[in-house]
Design a binder for this molecule. Sequence first.
Ligand SMILES: [Fe+2]
Ligand SMILES: [Fe+2]
Length: 328
Amino acid sequence: MSNRTDPDKTLDDERLAHFLERIDRGDKIEADDWMPDDYRNQLIKLISMHGVSEIMGALPEKEWVPKAPTLRRKLAIMAKVQDEMGHGQLLLRVVEDLLAPLGKSREDLLQDLFSGRLKFHNVFHMEAPTWADAGVIAWLVDGAAIITQTMSLETSYAPYARALQRICAEEKFHAQHGESIVLELAEGTPAQRQMLQDAVTRWWPSLLMFFGPPEGGTVSSNQLLNMRYKIRSQTNEELRQAFFNKYVNRIYHLGLTLPDDTIRYDEAEDVWHYRQPDWDRFVQIVRGNGPCSAQRLRLRKTSYEEAQWVRDAMLAAPRAEYVAGGSL
Ligand SMILES: [Fe+2]
Ligand SMILES: [Fe+2]
């Protein structure tokens, strides 16, 4: 034993070996279990990005609440926006427990979002100029999210898996709400069909980017680490292929086209071939240089500042007369 030379290191090695054994046999890790620093850091990165993306994702759709074409659609899109904010809150709560031992808080995370250090998902930097965009976002962006999040239901970190069970159930309603809008427009007037086609064309590159860059023969060290720790089980490209399997033919069956004449399914290889989106543009978008990045961050920041009085009121010390009065 080498603990005479470096007892801390030996203890850490033993803990790591035990942790990896737990991961290998499919144990789920809880917030107060011992975990290696890189496991904690990977989770913080993943779940905080997911959490703030839910909140930022509510913004493009929120724009359509006052302009929804009927009362029924207005109620449905309002409910979806409310769900997305709830998903964000659930996930930030999960991240808070991971941050606490590092002396960081939810407030720090939000400040990281406002300063651009914490990125949010590429799709939520984009414009939603028509009602068809609201439909395509709910059908295909939420559809893409369901594919990623269904994989993550099996994640080794139990609090994330529990939050995702509720989130995935609600995302399915969102996708159905989107599909219903899309079907109505697909069966509508020539102008409505054109509006839908334009939205699909506009969103296609963002949908390809949604899953992140392909591995190109080598899986990134981040992805490898996440797979070793069973935080995730599929690569970006595997998830994108699952998206093609589910949606490409559905899009064609609506009589719509995709802005990619190379897309085809190769039966022998069991793989979809497609034209890569502009990955340099993807990097620019997630760095905050997308068409709506600055405007949406400004809106989120203003709304956070204007709601400060609510947090102050909720967190204020209870007034003496209520404490003295005992329970309600
Ligand atoms: Fe969501
Ligand atoms: Fe959703």
